[in-house]
Design a protein around this ligand. Structure first.
Ligand SMILES: Nc1ncnc2c1ncn2[C@@H]1O[C@H](COP(=O)(O)OP(=O)(O)OP(=O)(O)O)[C@@H](O)[C@H]1O
Ligand SMILES: [Mg+2]
Length: 304
């Protein structure tokens, strides 16, 4: 892949327009171990004339930063392959394996889903017949942890996600936002090094959504895991993302990787800043027009 589109970045804040894995990060340092590497990855469903390309020729590299993780937001129009990309990292069929190219996690080819990767999807995936506590503790039970210890840990996690007092309730007794928090706790309790989230806050009302964004940033700082989050909200991508992978459709492909500074204020406050609106509008425009990679987002130098 060429690097013809790579733009200069005087402030160190963006941008690799050419999503080549060797050049995809302003932070890329040769000595850092690899976390996730895609090299010329294409995924098609079906065969022959009926084959449908989900995405093609996707390359990027996410490094394993010492003592911290990264938040990688993935944005793009419906059908461009965002969920497919996430599920390939998770090792979930039929998305995995890719049709061609190479995907590595921790420097080794993926062969199956692993405890190092946790997935939170839009459907919350809770077990309706289990209480909040048992849903959160389910993965620990599968790992053979003793009842008392796993219940204690699940109680701690219920508290962390703001569900203290709800431990004995069933999913049907909870709001969508509460169910999503159970789902996040049930995944994070297993301490995956890589957390994969597919539109996790899509069904929540705006206020709860912002609370969940803040909670995610807080938990993610504690866990030091790397989070991949698919979202249709450009604001969410810009607020949460250290890097934003922008994809385009027909054919599904990775168009650019934007590097953004970390938020140090709440999403509510951030949304009131004029430059936040400016950046969001620019990203929205690029998404709507399927614009080619075009460099730094205006206003990102005023971020802090
Ligand atoms: N299991 C499957 N079998 C066949 N085709 C599939 C399958 N999963 C996805 N596809 C196709 O692959 C393409 C990408 O789908 P994907 O779900 O990854 O898109 P997406 O970007 O997540 O879309 P959305 O934003 O609507 O969730 C689509 O054309 C879709 O129809
Ligand atoms: Mg999807």
């Amino acid at each position: 892949m060429n690097d013809a589109h790579q733009s200069p970045d005087p402030k160190g804040m963006t941008v690799s327009a050419a999503p080549d894995e060797a050049k995809s990060s302003a932070r890329a340092v040769d000595s850092l171990p690899e976390l996730v590497r895609f090299h010329k990855v294409t995924k098609s469903f079906g065969e022959g004339p009926l084959a449908r390309v989900a995405f093609q020729d996707v390359s990027f590299l996410i490094e394993d930063l010492p003592n911290e993780g990264e938040l990688i937001a993935i944005v793009g129009p419906s059908g461009c392959g965002k969920s497919t990309l996430l599920r390939i990292i998770a090792g979930l069929r039929p998305h995995f394996p890719p049709t061609s190219g190479e995907v590595k996690v921790f420097g080794a080819p993926i062969t199956y889903p692993g405890a190092d990767r946790g997935m939170v999807d839009q459907k919350y995936s809770l077990m309706p017949h289990l209480t909040v506590r048992d849903n959160i503790a389910f993965g620990l039970m599968l790992r053979g942890m003793r009842l008392k210890e796993r219940c204690d840990r699940a109680g701690e996690w219920a508290k962390k996600v703001g569900l203290e007092g709800c431990e004995d309730k069933y999913p049907s007794e909870l709001s969508g936002g509460m169910q999503q928090r159970v789902s996040i706790a049930a995944t994070l309790i297993l301490q995956p090094k890589i957390l994969l989230m597919d539109e996790p806050f899509g069904a929540l009302d705006p206020k709860i959504r912002m609370q969940m964004q803040e909670l995610l940033v807080q938990l993610w700082k504690e866990q030091q895991s790397t989070v991949f989050i698919v979202t249709h909200s450009v604001e969410e991508a810009i607020y949460l993302g250290d890097r934003v992978l922008r994809m385009a459709a027909k054919p599904g492909r990775l168009v650019e990787i934007l590097q953004l500074p970390r938020p140090d204020i709440s999403p509510e406050m951030m949304r009131r800043k004029p430059w936040f609106t400016e950046i969001s509008q620019e990203l929205l425009l690029r998404l709507e027009t399927d614009a080619p990679a075009s460099g730094e987002l205006p206003g990102s130098d005023k971020w802090r």
